[in-house]
Design a protein around this ligand. Structure first.
Ligand code: C2E
Ligand code: CA
Ligand code: CA
Length: 576
């Protein structure tokens, strides 16, 4: 039998800390002692003889109590009132309560108020009481564990795993309700983080979460935070998405509406046999089509996107067979030095082509981004580099001269720890100098993952490779950054040529770019030059090299050889 101690003298952490604590609220001495005797071997039992006692314990140490056994007839309060208050208070609402009663009529009422089970009076044999108590505590702890993993700690929305589970459950219970899958993304969230600080950015995310819940929660919709600034929503079909988005933006961004832009991708796929994940992938595809757009903030997944997706999947499926069947071939586009009056061949760029037996010629603009997304580009690029190095070696043998060729190195390759070794071995195995192979690395790769890329580029340059910065001018590197970047050649993005020769073109922009190159003392190759007029303008601005249809489109190796022959004929007699 335990000694009764006044409630307010219970030590903060009494007895065996490993034992779970059960609060028994029972005023009748005999009943209380019977229960204590049954449970004491396994639990630490805290007795309370009135509603007030019970309240004191619960409010002092709510997190420690694993279970409450509650008598309904207490001297000061009715047990139902205590139960209701317990369930209404955030601090105690999760504690399971078993009601002790001899009054069967109040059972339904107790269940409605949140009691989890009953123990009738007179009490059943100890084994039954002990088994019930143990089971309830286990169940409630499992539930707590789930609650902890099912929610995102920042926003309180579901985590991704639970979200997909509940979305599938929604469909199972509501097979005939048309539903939409939505992806909601904050534009340039990284910038918000950097400019206004993490606390402010977190606040934005929390408010977006709340706005989503209050907007779709009533109709049974659910939401999760998929990654830092991307939310997924599954809800009954919404007909007016503009109002929906306006509502979220006003509620979440308030006075900062101008600063924060949210874009929405919608997949209204009402065919429930389409996998849940696929529907969200589609909503994401739609959202990505308006990434960076200033005018469009909502995009719907449609048939055109669907056909593109099916085509893309088909290409991905065919990749390995295409490598094995040698469907990829490497074309070469010449680069000309335009400083002499008559331009002179000074190198080439290797550009891959996919000649598919059924689909015909597929543009790299279509398949390269796909392969970059899933990493297959590493396999393809290795193939292109090998073919290119072998080709340079073959020309060296055939013509007795070196035509330096640049290959494209995707941003995915740049993260490969074996990159430098792979390239060095290729060059050595074919008896070439490192400077015979140029590497084109896109400008945006430098800005995205600056430190890692720069250190890899430094190692490549130390080995002797020539580094050309591709798409220069499109990645918006800051001048400050440019002056410290390790590059040997800048390749002007084609957009500049298109721009200055278009109707509202602005030649001033191009002049600035050349001034920068001049300050950095790095030579420039202009790409996409297809007319004599463009060539003349570039020459005047001090551009050293040109690549473009004006000289030749990319051609198979044997056709490219005409440029070598012509060059050798001018510079020195051919030594075939
Ligand atoms: P890029 O590296 O900027 O390549 C230049 C693109 O401009 C090539 O398109 C070339 O054919 C095209 N071009 C050259 N001169 C002209 C011209 O005067 N007018 C026009 N309209 N276009 C011109 P292509 O071969 O379709 O390649 C597209 C992109 O695909 C490349 O852009 C590059 O980013 C990627 N790519 C091509 N081959 C490879 C490869 O082997 N590996 C990797 N990672 N990417 C590659
Ligand atoms: Ca390139
Ligand atoms: Ca380029």
């Amino acid at each position: 039998m335990i000694e009764e101690i006044p409630i307010n003298e219970i030590p903060a952490n009494p007895g065996d800390a490993r034992k779970r604590k059960i609060l028994i609220v029972e005023d009748e001495f005999v009943n209380r002692e019977i229960l204590i005797a049954m449970l004491e071997p396994e639990y630490e039992v805290i007795p309370a003889v009135s509603g007030e006692d019970a309240e004191t314990v619960l409010l002092l140490r709510p997190g420690e109590i694993s279970l409450v056994l509650l008598d309904l007839n207490l001297p000061d309060r009715h047990g139902l009132d205590i139960l209701r208050e317990l369930k209404e208070d955030m601090r105690t609402s999760k504690i399971p309560v078993i009601v002790l009663t001899s009054d069967r009529d109040s059972e339904v009422e107790c269940l409605n108020q949140g009691a989890i089970d009953f123990i009738p009076k007179p009490y059943p044999v100890p084994k039954v009481v002990q088994a019930r108590v143990r089971r309830i505590i286990e169940l409630s702890e499992d539930r707590d564990l789930i609650r902890d993993t099912e929610r995102d700690h920042l926003t309180g929305l579901y985590t991704r795993e639970y979200f997909y589970r509940y979305a599938a459950q929604y469909d199972a219970f509501n097979p005939d309700v048309p539903t939409d899958a939505l992806v909601l993304d904050v534009n340039h969230f990284q910038m918000i983080n950097e400019r206004f600080g993490k606390q402010y950015a977190d606040g934005v995310l929390i408010r977006i979460g709340q706005a989503i819940v209050s907007s779709v929660g009533k109709s049974g919709g659910i939401a999760c935070r998929r990654s830092a600034d991307t939310f997924l929503i599954y809800c009954p079909h919404i007909s007016d998405y503009q109002s929906f988005l306006n509502g979220i933006v006003s509620a979440a961004c308030g006075a900062d509406k101008g600063r924060i832009r949210i874009r929405l991708g919608v997949c209204s796929e009402h065919d429930k046999s389409v996998e849940m994940q696929t529907r969200f992938d589609r909503a994401k595809i739609a959202a990505d089509t308006i990434r960076g757009s200033f005018t469009d903030l909502i995009a719907f997944y449609d048939n055109v996107m669907h056909e593109k997706e099916v085509y893309a999947e088909h290409l991905l499926d065919e990749f390995q067979a295409a490598v094995d069947g040698k469907q990829f071939s490497v074309y070469f586009q010449p680069k000309y030095d335009i400083r002499p009056v008559k331009p002179v061949l000074c190198g080439a760029e290797a550009l891959v082509r996919w000649i598919h037996p059924n689909l015909g010629f597929i543009s790299p603009g279509v398949f390269i981004p796909l392969f970059e997304d899933n990493g297959m580009i590493r396999i393809l690029d290795r193939y292109v580099w090998r073919e290119t190095v072998m080709q340079i070696a073959e020309w060296k043998k055939k013509f007795g001269c070196i035509v330096p060729v640049s290959v494209n190195v995707s941003r995915v390759d740049m993260l490969d720890p074996d990159l430098v070794d792979t390239l060095c071995s290729l060059v050595r195995e074919n008896g070439l100098e490192f400077s015979d192979l140029h590497l084109e690395i896109t400008e945006s790769a430098y800005t995205e993952n600056a430190q890692q890329i720069i250190s890899t580029v430094n190692r490549l340059r130390e080995s002797g490779f020539i580094i050309e910065m591709d798409d220069f001018g499109a990645g918006y590197s800051s001048l400050n950054m440019l002056s410290t970047l390790p590059v040997d050649v800048l390749k002007l993005d084609m957009m500049f040529i298109r721009n200055i020769f278009s109707e509202n073109g602005n030649p001033r922009m191009l002049k600035v770019i050349f001034e920068i190159a001049d300050t950095l003392s790095v030579p420039m190759v202009a790409e996409g030059v297809d007319t004599a007029e463009q060539l003349a303008a570039l020459r005047e601005m001090g551009c050293q090299m040109v690549q473009g249809y004006y000289f030749s489109p990319p051609r198979p190796a044997n056709e490219f050889e005409n440029h070598i022959r012509e060059w050798l004929h001018i510079a020195e007699p051919a030594t075939v």
